[in-house]
Design a protein around this ligand. Structure first.
Ligand code: HEC
Length: 203
């Protein structure tokens, strides 16, 4: 017994820490999170959220502006995605990231087509009636790499984000018409805005 007890203690000491979740293992709450002065903190893990779409070279104004095409990748917080799949609507505190990347040609073995390059801009959108009583939704711009901001204040409601997203979106303030799997859900749940007109163009 004398020799076995220390052995048991030793084994226990090695085994015990594996039952305590480390910080990395503990589930992180979905953003949004705000700094003490009310700025939206740039999430560092949005690429672990739910991916909705990639648009390539999208232009909304007069066609053919001649700009180099860019990719945009859209991500939404996980729990909000789950709720949208069940209801066709976004719960309060839903957060989206729009990640805009340059398009590159001839990288590595690629001889045709285009691949994604560095981050040109990172933008966000949050549904929160208590924080944005006038619009219900807030819009944010973290800038572009390598000068991405760590936290930013909401853009003023005069910014074009608010009007374009209010007027041209299929579901609430979001462009669900470009997220094919979500559009199907919205159709089934009857949550497409009556005013949504797929033939409408922005002049
Ligand atoms: C002229 C119209 C227009 C303006 C202005 C505009 N957006 Fe958007 N936005 C879009 C479209 C179209 C999409 C869909 C992108 C896709 O399908 O890849 C989108 C998507 C987004 C998304 C993804 C979630 C969603 O709503 O579908 C975010 C976040 C976003 N925009 C933020 C912004 C911010 C911030 C601004 C202002 C700085 C802004 N947008 C200005 C048209 C606009």
């Amino acid at each position: 017994m004398k020799t076995i007890l220390p052995l048991i203690l030793l084994l226990w000491a090695f085994a015990a820490p594996s039952h305590v979740p480390t910080q990395a293992q503990a589930a992180r709450a979905d953003p949004p999170t705000y700094s003490n002065d009310g700025k939206l903190v740039r999430p560092d893990d949005y690429r672990e959220w739910v991916y909705l779409t990639s648009g390539l070279g999208m232009t909304y104004g007069p066609a053919g502006t001649g700009r180099a095409p860019m990719f945009d990748n859209v991500f939404v917080t996980r729990e909000s995605y789950r709720q949208f799949m069940q209801t066709g609507t976004w719960p309060e505190k839903t957060m989206f990231i729009l990640e805009i990347r340059g398009a590159e040609t001839n990288v590595s073995i690629n001889n045709g087509g285009q691949t994604q390059g560095g981050i040109v801009a990172l933008e966000a959108e949050v549904k929160d009636r208590s924080r944005f009583p006038e619009t219900g939704w807030g819009y944010f711009n973290f800038g572009g790499a390598p000068n991405l901001q760590g936290a930013v204040a909401a853009l003023p409601t005069s910014a074009t984000c608010y009007s374009c997203h209010r007027q041209n979106t299929a579901v609430e303030n979001t462009f669900v018409q470009f997220y094919p799997t979500l559009m199907e859900v919205a159709r089934r749940m009857g949550t497409i805005k009556p005013a949504y007109d797929p033939a409408h163009k922005v002049q």
